[in-house]
Design a binder for this molecule. Structure first.
Ligand code: TRP
Length: 333
């Protein structure tokens, strides 16, 4: 029996190179080895009150980009969270047995309260319960998430175990964080520090759907410095970041060429960035054209999303039926 992987992504819209060379490349590789559920967490997104148009558009964008990146809808189950109402039902049951104290203590919750003191809604508080249900509904045991979600996984285990204890069953399994490959390439942002990510600002990100012109503009504006002053000096972070990006999209020869120029203090950042931009445009061309093609094929997209929903519901309905049985919710008519 293949182990079950569950992964959710909030529908905040277009994916960037960090997603593509990071989590997504792992998803594509692991879908043959595991029973994978990849879903768009549109219900989770409601905590921030997106406009209906924005929500709808971004959910579609993420599905398109997952498919374009190589998620195989026949092999994996790719679905939209709200297409599986059983998740919402399980969420109701699990809320009865999640305690205010532990929910208030969650780091992500406290961070969001601090960032948005005017929107501390109950959905935000019980976000970890919904996330637990996403995983428990398919009996997932492996969850490819980063460090920031570790605590939510611990809560998932707590809720599952508590349910088992309350009803004296051995029903829900424990799920753990999982990285398919530790050898992920580093994708820094263009803003001079850290990882590529929306939290570091739009300018730090190259999106998979960015047109070549947009890519060129963003790369030319990337943070750099006044240039090296000593032979073979270590590169400051913004420069190292650009070299790290070049390592991913350019040939070894090109990379070496600019390394040598840097080491000889003869590098011209204009040329360097121009080359980086062109290689980035080239490297992303196949996925960009697949995004275009899939996005324009509404019939295909509908078919795939419908198929995902059916597969996910099949698994979810089984769980809900069993959970109702365990809880004692039985029809009296
Ligand atoms: N909380 C996750 C995030 O912010 C998204 C998510 C929701 C998720 N439900 C999930 C991830 C279930 C894995 C499994 O990234």
């Amino acid at each position: 029996m293949k182990e079950t992987v569950v992964s959710g992504i909030r529908s905040t819209g277009r994916l960037h190179l960090g997603n593509y060379y990071g989590a997504l490349s792992n998803f594509v590789k692991m879908q043959h080895e595991y029973n994978c559920f990849f879903f768009i967490a549109d219900l989770h997104s409601l905590t921030t009150h997106p406009t209906p148009e924005h929500l709808n558009r971004t959910v579609r964008e993420v599905v398109v980009e997952y498919l374009a990146a190589g998620i195989d809808p026949e092999q994996s189950t790719i679905y939209v969270q709200s297409d599986v109402p059983e998740v919402a039902e399980l969420y109701l049951y699990m809320n009865m047995n999640a305690y205010l104290g532990e929910l208030e203590r969650a780091t992500a919750f406290k961070d969001k309260v601090r960032a948005n003191p005017d929107n501390v809604n109950a959905g935000l508080l019980t976000y970890p319960v919904l996330m637990a249900c996403d995983i428990l509904i398919h009996h997932g045991t492996k969850v490819p998430v980063g460090k920031d979600q570790e605590q939510h996984l611990e809560m998932t285990r707590t809720f599952g175990n508590r349910f088992n204890r309350l009803y004296n069953v051995d029903y829900f399994k424990e799920a753990f964080a999982f990285s398919y490959s530790d050898k992920l390439v580093k994708i820094p942002g263009l803003d001079g520090n850290g990882k590529m990510g929306k939290s570091n600002g739009e300018a730090s990100c190259i999106y998979l759907s960015d047109a070549p012109e947009v890519i060129r503009k963003k790369v030319m504006r990337a943070v750099s410095d006044a240039g090296p002053t000593e032979m073979n000096q270590t590169k400051p972070e913004p420069i190292q970041n650009l070299f790290d990006l070049m390592k991913v999209v350019s040939t070894q020869d090109t990379l070496q060429h600019f390394e040598d120029l840097y080491n000889k203090c003869a590098i011209r950042y204009g040329d360097f960035k121009k080359q980086l931009a062109e290689d980035m445009v080239l490297a992303t061309e196949p996925v960009r054209s697949r995004i275009q093609a899939i996005s324009n094929d509404d019939a295909y997209l509908k078919k795939v999303i419908h198929m995902g929903a059916e597969k996910a519901r099949e698994s979810a309905c089984r769980t809900i039926k069993e959970v109702r049985e365990i809880i004692g919710i039985k029809k009296l008519y």
